[in-house]
Design a protein around this ligand. Sequence first.
Ligand code: AMP
Length: 555
Amino acid sequence: MTELTLRPFFWRPTNLFPETRLVSRTHDGIVESSYGEFGERVRSLLAALADRGFGHGNRIGTFGWNHHRHLEAYYAAPLSGAQLHTINVQLGDEDIVYIVDDATDDILFVDPGEPFETIERLWSELDVEQLVVMDETVPETEIDVVAYEDLIAEYDPISEDEMPDIEEEYPAGMCYTSGTTGRPKGVEYTHKMIYAHAMMVMTPAGLDISERDVVMPVVPMFHVNSWEFPYAATMAGATQVYPGPSPSAADLLELVEREGVTMTAGVPTVWIDLLEHVDEHGGDLSSLERIVVGGSAAPEEMMRRYDEEFDVTVEHAWGMTETMSIGSVSRPKARMADWDPSRKYEKRRKQGLLSPGLEMRVVDDAGEEVPWDGESAGELWVRGPTVITAYYNRPQADEEDFERGPASDASGTSEDASSSGKWLKTGDIVSVDEDGYIEVVDRAKDVIKSGGEWISSIALENALMANPDVIESAVIGVPHEKWQERPLATVVTAEDADPAEDELHDHLQETLEQPDWWLPDEIRVLERIPKTATGKFDKQGLREKLDVGDDETED
Ligand code: AMP
């Protein structure tokens, strides 16, 4: 038996689907290629890396958007024996320097334009041996840099037999958690983990990706392996469309129309923007069959609109950097096929059923499992071959974030129990219904606890965003003398809309289906709500902006 490495993920598309198209929007236009060309170019890059002395033991950082060159690096780095470390191009300078240093990256592959300028500006603070700009030529600069196309043109592709031997336990990927507070933490993925996760993502119980699909991964390649599309969709032999640097709604629409995209994936904001764009300018979404939405809760209103107006199914997924992205997907079970749409939305708007290969537990403050009644809430714990059991370089995080399970306790070796028995404590507060559907009630640190009772900021946000006058909403808990914390809602209103606070309050009261004490004490209209580098609401930033203090009261 061979090891579980990324070798077959490269072999299959390049040998079985060499003519299948890879389309990539780059900073200078759309580039069309195929898995055949991809194979040759990856093997040239492997020759270049070997010749320059990079392989097992090295870390290769990438700092770029979704395009064919980045996809090639996704394969060449781990197939050379080295580790691919994808760095978020939207981070602030301090975090970039911290992350490159913490990961001890040896090479950086960087996009031209803004990402290059950022690295150029920070270059003297980075201890990196080789800089490659993912372009045809090098920009004018004082620092030593090679153009990607020159690098691969210099080397003939190595043959498959010449590819280095690699082992399944070699670290193959790395990503830092986005975290809204504290320093980012490194998460490492071995070949075996990526193998397992990409297989899970490819199956019908995962994201169901096949050779027939035209897949457009919008979730950035610097964010948790773009939810594994670069590995799963490539292995499947699907046609792929990579949307390039900071794609706007207009860019995405153009690619959908041009390439007949059938399946795409990204955070809710992207799909809300696309709807708005199509409302305003029109557009043809008829090729689209599915949109996978995750990263934060998918508003039901958005799901309904895609369904009813465009016949596009929105599939709601949940995951974390620590679970290699996708960890659950929500689809009605076969026996629910005859349910009316509203009843199905009750399931579809939840985060769904745990993905195959994982186990879960939902645990209350006392460490007891809560019943699956759709009401009792607790922290979600997960484990499996695609879930990390430690952070890179952070032994101290171990105690807080992981828990040894009874499997290891039962063996009597709890002290040195194997990591496979360990649970990841996700920090997500969830309930599970009788059918096994997970619903994220809140992120532990965003949960609002008023007088000892939970208030879900997500439920308030979704209810506010269901109002046609509201485009975005973020709710935070602010300190309160009597109740410890109370919700404060912020909204960004639609153009031409000017709803009074009372109207929004009444709307919440009518639609929320929760007691009145859930209603926010104040609803403020803002020009914009601060977001983290991955496009989520930055609640810490929002607190600072509103000057309401940091309240992370847990009890
Ligand atoms: P990250 O590691 O940056 O991908 O963030 C992971 C966190 O995002 C999870 O722990 C959840 O709090 C949140 N998250 C991811 N997907 C969803 C979802 N579908 N609904 C609600 N929260 C989500």
